[in-house]
Design a protein around this ligand. Structure first.
Ligand SMILES: O=c1nc[nH]c2c1ncn2[C@H]1C[C@H](O)[C@@H](COP(=O)(O)OP(=O)(O)OP(=O)(O)O)O1
Ligand SMILES: [Mg+2]
Length: 198
């Protein structure tokens, strides 16, 4: 099994990368698995792509190995694309998933069903010592529900209903989510590199 470092401290993302990369024979090592703590990386880019690049390059430089990083979030049309790149900290620096989704529901209180369109976005950057970094984007279109529902997944999954479904993402199994998600779509765009790496 070949090991690949995924530069994230988000346990939900780690789990999904593990599941999606296992079929390529890749074992995922995340920032939660290092003995020496990896200091917080400042995500001060202006796009998902910028932030994914910042995270991947910081960790690749530190450990001198190939690194994949994911910067992702939720874009809501009625909120002009918010929370967007600020999704993780939408309700405050402590990064609380529950408070974040409650804030979204509050802000959409007066917005009718037909106008609650949104998408999950995921940019995945691949950084390697001595090579140029590249980044790919995947999206998943959907709408924001009236109330949270479901226990699977993480983040905004309990309030996001993917297109062609009548359930929230948190009411989908991980296998279902991983076949339709923004993260899956971004991974498919770097599949050739993954196959060459593994
Ligand atoms: O599939 C998803 N299902 C639900 N919510 C999601 C998903 N994907 C991203 N999200 C939300 C969670 C978080 O509020 C933000 C990511 O922020 P983002 O900075 O990329 O990740 P993070 O700070 O949690 O971990 P890290 O930077 O260490 O990878 O978007
Ligand atoms: Mg982050």
């Amino acid at each position: 099994m070949k090991q690949l470092v995924v530069a994230t401290k988000n346990a939900g993302k780690v789990e999904e990368f593990r599941e999606m990369l296992s079929k390529y024979g890749i074992q995922v090592k995340s920032l939660l698995d290092f003995d020496e703590p990896v200091e917080n990386i400042v995500e001060d880019g202006e796009t998902f792509e910028d932030n994914a690049t910042i995270k991947a390059e910081a960790v690749s430089k530190k450990f001198q190995v190939p690194v994949v990083a994911d910067d992702s979030g939720l874009e809501i049309d009625a909120l002009q694309g918010a929370p967007g790149i600020y999704s993780a900290r939408y309700a405050g620096e402590e990064k609380n998933d529950q408070k974040n989704l409650e804030k979204v529901l509050r802000e959409l209180k007066e917005v009718s069903t037909g106008k609650r369109t949104a998408r999950f976005v995921c940019a995945i950057a691949v950084a390697r010592p001595g090579h140029a970094t590249f980044v790919k984007r995947g999206t998943c279109e959907g709408t924001i529900s009236e109330q949270p529902s479901g226990e699977e997944g993480f983040g905004y999954d309990p309030i996001f209903i993917p297109q062609h479904s009548d359930r929230t993402m948190a009411e989908h199994t991980s296998v279902e989510k991983n076949s339709i998600s923004h993260r899956n779509h971004a991974i498919l765009k770097i599949e050739q590199w993954i196959q060459d790496f593994s």
